[in-house]
Design a protein around this ligand. Structure first.
Ligand code: C2O
Ligand code: CU
Length: 468
């Protein structure tokens, strides 16, 4: 990280009539029970996920982070178009929050949607430090009877290792032998090409399946052997807000016996799409409406391409009947699984039509052996920040030059894909390109990075700076 230092952000006073949402989040070590197995981890307010934060669009959030961890930390408000000083990136927007100290995040959340928050330090995201942030649209008619937040995760912390050790080992040994990196960076060792070994049966469309072997996968902090139970009445309409808080795992998601109508992704409305199952990359969010049948049904998030650790599962119960078991296999997962970037935007979600004022290229590069990832020819810290001028429509020609998938995430803005679909995190398949457009309407220094936290930490990040 660049070694810039920062003072406290300017305090914000609520504007007349603006509601203030105040909260303290205490980050500290805890012991978590995962289906009878006790694991040591770090969490917010003793829970995984941490406490759900909810506000209306336009409210002022005043969140105090109390750092009782044995390490520096921060909070990043993933997907929120907030003021730069609250973005939570140490060295870019604030100083790291040291053990025993506090930091107040003050920002207005302008856009409704499903978001989450997590640290922006090291691989802390792969501990229990994450929680949902729901911004309500006060003008939206509630066309559903209830809402369920469904947070997905891949879990390894406290199972004999920690995310820091996992990263150390990846850097020391390289990734799994089958994993293919290519398109190595100029001036860096290319390592082996890795080949297509990881792309065996069932692996399409995302290529290699990630770098870490997780012993379990969670929904709402619970493993499939001791699942979360979501209850409702038959015939009720439920809004699902699905968040992928995993660090290294793409999931396919289905609710056995049901079709889901996807209504939003990353906070923005899509043309409603009826699906049996959908993919969700790390950092992505999908909202879906479902009308529930009568009985007990498996809500399954199946790790893409991973062969151990089972799957994530919750039970949806509206009536009697035996609960599905941990290995439940909804038929929906064998049918078509929708790729989110192929959804169509709702008209209201489109950027106004405009030609780009400026264009930049963004290459996603790296290799598994050695474990090196970067953007535009070098790891973060050594690559040149992208530049934009306030008021511009910027086009970023992003190309994934590797044989792995990468969820590309932008801070402080929501970009448009060529279809007009609005996203802040988009899964890029091996060798895939996207021209993504953004309106430079939020002055500051922002991160663009892969939301595989191990790739990001190994260098797959770049800054986006506003020039004056
Ligand atoms: Cu959720 Cu910079 O990331
Ligand atoms: Cu990546």
């Amino acid at each position: 990280m660049p070694s810039r230092t920062f003072g406290s952000p300017t305090p914000l006073a609520p504007s007349p009539g603006q509601k203030v949402i105040e909260q303290t989040l205490t980050a500290k070590p805890i012991t978590l029970d995962l289906g009878g197995r006790q694991v040591a981890t770090w969490a917010y307010d003793n829970a995984v996920p941490g406490p759900l934060l909810r506000a209306n669009a336009g409210d002022l959030l005043q969140v105090t982070l109390d750092n009782q961890l044995p390490a520096d930390t921060t909070i990043h408000w993933h997907g929120i178009r907030l003021r730069n000083a609250a973005d939570g990136v140490p060295g870019l927007t604030q100083n790291p929050v040291q053990p025993g100290s506090k930091f107040v995040y003050e920002f207005t959340a302008p856009d409704p949607g499903t978001y989450f928050f997590h640290p922006h330090v090291g691989v802390q995201l792969d501990r229990g430090l994450y929680a949902p942030l729901i911004i309500e649209d006060p003008n939206e008619p509630g066309r559903y009877d209830a809402e369920w937040v469904v947070v997905l995760d891949d879990w390894i912390d406290g199972t004999g290792t920690t995310p820091d050790d996992v990263l150390k080992k990846l850097i020391a040994d390289g990734g799994p032998a089958s994993s293919g990196g290519m398109g190595g960076m100029g001036g860096m060792d290319h390592g082996s090409m890795g080949g297509m070994g990881g792309m065996s049966m069932g692996a399409a469309p995302w290529g290699d399946a990630g770098d870490v072997i997780y012993p379990m996968f969670l929904i709402n902090g619970k493993p499939a052997t001791d699942p979360d139970v979501l209850t409702a009445k038959p015939g009720q309409k439920i809004r699902l807000r699905v968040i992928n808080a995993a660090s290294d795992t793409i999931f396919s998601v289905a609710l056995g016996g049901h079709r889901l109508t996807i209504t939003h992704t990353d906070g923005y409305a899509v043309q409603p799409a009826q699906v049996g199952a959908f993919y969700i990359g790390m950092g992505e969010r999908y909202d879906a409406i479902v009308t529930l049948g009568d009985g007990a049904f498996p809500l399954v998030a199946r790790p893409f391409g991973k062969t151990s650790g089972g799957q994530a599962l919750a039970i949806v119960r509206t009536g009697s009947g035996t609960a599905p078991d941990a290995g439940a296999n909804p038929v929906e997962l064998s049918g078509q699984v929708v790729i989110g970037s192929q959804l169509q935007p709702a008209d209201a979600a489109r950027l106004p039509a405009k030609d780009p004022d400026a264009t930049v290229n963004l290459a996603l590069q790296g290799s598994m052996k050695p474990y090196q990832w970067g953007m535009n020819g070098a790891p973060f810290g050594k690559n040149e920040p992208l530049k934009v001028t306030a008021g511009q429509r910027l086009r970023i020609n992003a190309t994934n030059m590797t044989m792995m998938s990468h969820p590309l995430h932008l801070h402080g803005h929501t970009f448009a894909l060529p279809s007009g679909l609005r996203k802040d995190t988009v899964l890029m398949a091996p060798m895939q390109s996207f021209a993504i457009d953004l309106d430079a309407d939020n002055i500051g220094d922002w991160m663009i990075h892969c939301h595989n936290i191990y790739h990001a930490e190994a260098g797959m990040m770049i800054a986006l700076e506003y020039t004056t």
